[in-house]
Write a protein of this length. Structure first.
Length: 385
């Protein structure tokens, strides 16, 4: 029976970064990934800022960058829309399959043991150690890192889960420099459809929403776009949009990434926020092992909450508003946004912390029109009720 200081269940970016940071500090680490390949299947849109990557200690290989020409973001309601500039935010589209392999190589180079097609069937605390039963037999460890993604959190709470579909598509209507987000409270309740370009005439096109058939909704969206469209890959996956779980640390069980609810409530994006969870967790575990002081583990959640807690609280408020708006209110709200505030948000916005840009867009100058739109929405809800 092999023993490790740390076992990481799940070869996600958060789990791999946690493994990298613990291995960097001389700890023995094993990463157990149930799929046959790190980075597969790819559920992520791949949008991230280069500044965020730098903070995670990653300079993406050329092979991992699918598109570095993002300049615009179109935000659409059923009959209205506006555009933001994305040039100053230095957003890129990454191939998660290549990125995750790059991080796995970082961890392996520091001594981590990466095992694929090795699924964790159960883990049990036995005194001061864990017994981890897997498809390859039993392992023991002093710490267990849960990086098993949305599947782990769904087992505890299904209320914050939406169904989603994302296709890799070749289509003439995909603009290489423009992200598109389309809101529709009927077609994609509580979320939206999206187009993330990976090159000229190709991209990742997806939808998510509460209680929808994601495959049917996405096919309808593609039909609405018209023109020739070739689908080369399909991925269906649940996404989590209700923010972080209450506790990231339970004795020596440390929860990171999607499993800890570290994806953004507004977009379900999480390369940076989940990756930072892995980084802070890995460092806290290593310090705990060296010092022999379990209190140090609490630095992980304190550090992550200091970075993202306020941002996630604001995003959850925005999410609750979005879930209540009908299509008429969405159109009215979009019509009320002043152009000067769009320009200001474009110039000063931060891709990794977009609550501030949202606050600028929903500026006091348009408060009257927005209140009217929201009141109209509530009156219609009462009438329909």
């Amino acid at each position: 029976m092999s023993h490790f200081d740390v076992i990481v269940a799940g070869g996600s970016v958060s789990g791999l970064i946690a493994a990298r940071e613990t291995a960097r500090n001389g700890c023995s680490v094993a990463v157990l990934e149930e799929d046959s390949e790190i980075g597969t299947p790819e559920h992520c849109g791949g949008l991230v800022s280069m500044e965020g990557m730098k903070n995670l200690g990653i300079v993406p290989d050329a092979s991992a960058i699918e598109n570095n020409r993002i300049k615009h973001a179109k935000i659409l309601s059923p009959s209205k829309g506006f555009e933001l500039s994305a040039e100053k935010q230095k957003v890129v589209v990454l191939d998660r399959r290549a990125l995750d392999k790059q991080v796995a190589f970082q961890a392996q180079s520091l001594g981590a043991d990466i095992r694929v097609k090795c699924s964790v069937r159960s883990f049990l605390q036995d005194g001061s150690r864990y017994i981890v039963k897997t498809s390859e037999g039993e392992f023991t460890s002093n710490f267990f890192v849960d990086a098993r993604g949305v599947a782990s959190i769904i087992g505890r709470n299904r209320n914050g889960v939406l169904s989603s579909a994302q296709y890799e598509v070749f289509a003439s209507w995909i603009e290489q420099d423009t992200i598109e987000v389309a809101f529709d409270s009927i077609k994609y309740p509580g979320f939206f459809a999206w187009v993330i370009p990976t090159g000229k005439g190709r991209g990742k096109v997806g939808v998510a929403g509460k209680g929808i058939n994601a495959a049917n909704a996405l096919q309808s969206y593609l039909n609405h776009k018209g023109g020739t469209c070739s689908i080369v890959r399909k991925v269906y996956a649940p996404i989590w949009i209700m923010g972080p779980i209450e506790k990231f640390v339970l004795y020596h069980t440390v929860i990171v990434g999607d499993a800890a609810g570290q994806t953004k409530p507004t977009t379900a994006g999480g390369i940076y926020t989940c990756g930072m969870g892995g980084l802070l967790a890995g460092r806290a575990i290593a310090k705990t092992i060296v010092a022999g002081n379990n209190e140090i583990l609490n630095e992980y959640q304190k550090g992550w909450s200091a970075m993202f807690g306020n941002e996630f609280s604001k995003m959850l408020i925005a999410r609750r508003l979005l879930e209540r708006l009908d299509n008429k209110a969405l159109d009215d709200l979009f019509s009320a946004i002043p152009k000067d505030k769009l320009d200001e948000a474009s110039a000063t916005g931060d891709f990794d912390f977009h609550a501030a840009a949202l606050a600028k867009v929903l500026d006091v100058k348009s408060t009257g029109k927005m209140v009217k739109a929201l009141l109209g929405n509530e009156i219609r809800r009462l009438a329909d009720g």
